[in-house]
Design a protein around this ligand. Sequence first.
Ligand code: PMV
Length: 359
Amino acid sequence: MSYLNIQEPLSTNHEHYGVVSWQSPSNIALIKYWGKRPIQLPENASISFTLSEAITKTKVKYRNRSSLSEWVQFSFEGKKEETFAARIIKYLDSIKSYLPWIEQMAFEIESENSFPHSSGIASSASSMSALALCLCDIEQTIYPTQIDADIIRKKASYLSRLGSGSAARSVYPGLVAWGASSHIKGSSDEFAIPVSSQHSLFNEFHDDVLIVSAAQKSVSSSAGHALMDTNIFANTRYTQADRHMELLLQSMQTGDLETFGKIVEDEAMTLHALMMCSNPSYILMEPNTIAVIKLIRNYRKETNLPIFFTLDAGPNVHILYPDSIAQEAASFIEKQLLPLAHNGQIIKDRVGPGPIKLN
Ligand code: PMV
């Protein structure tokens, strides 16, 4: 693929060193990616809002590698983290054919999240995209070629995807699609693309994440994706996802919040239903997840206000609503939902501007 623009290894007599830093956000899927085939390709197209507050900041120091034993040092929030370091080494090893020079460099990587580590919020989308953006940036510095910024971002999305599927979407702002879909021009299984045809009310959408439980998930996303291979509803699900994509995009173009909310909630419920009917079955919702969902539905029925929920692969509830009802939503959330949150934790987020290069 030409956009991957794979460089020759570096000639060893040149010394290269420097530091780059990027912050990259998390995202919340409206149409979920659930089920994949090798290598990290989605079984159905997905679409998400890139968020604004839940971000990872990653700093990468690089210099020529002087011995085989030194390659990657990793610290998270100021502490050496061996488990994360092992994951990063595995990741770098898996992408070295796209960035052959990375084997010739030694890296010191420092990372931190804006959201509490123990909040149960998944950080792989923000952390993998922040790292991929740093690597693409280093590549531009050490190979002085003139490549279009759009092409570099596409490569960053491709490389992010290999770290964590949903991370492919985090490299762009706003509404972002990943996965080939007949409903989205230019879409691909290999990288994500920004989608800009939506009604302006979606540019100011809120996503308040109510932390129901901060405990580590009993079944990881990778294990969950793998269980789709034997899920008897898998094909029906992929057909449904395609139809949902079509309906969601239509509703977002016209600003039809009722249809938008219906599809988004169906997606959340389907994701968790697929987990429950996997073999072996498992449940990631907690009793308070269901209590919060019921309260949101009741409140919507009583007030007719467009407030909806979605779920990631975990128990925490993402509360979605347009900026026009921010005041009513805040008071409802505070009075009725916050008492059900773990330690009163909520992350007030919204659709965001995408990754930022830091000085
Ligand atoms: O990117 P992964 O492998 O962590 O999978 C993400 C799966 C969901 O968050 C449940 C859905 C999605 O599209 O983000």
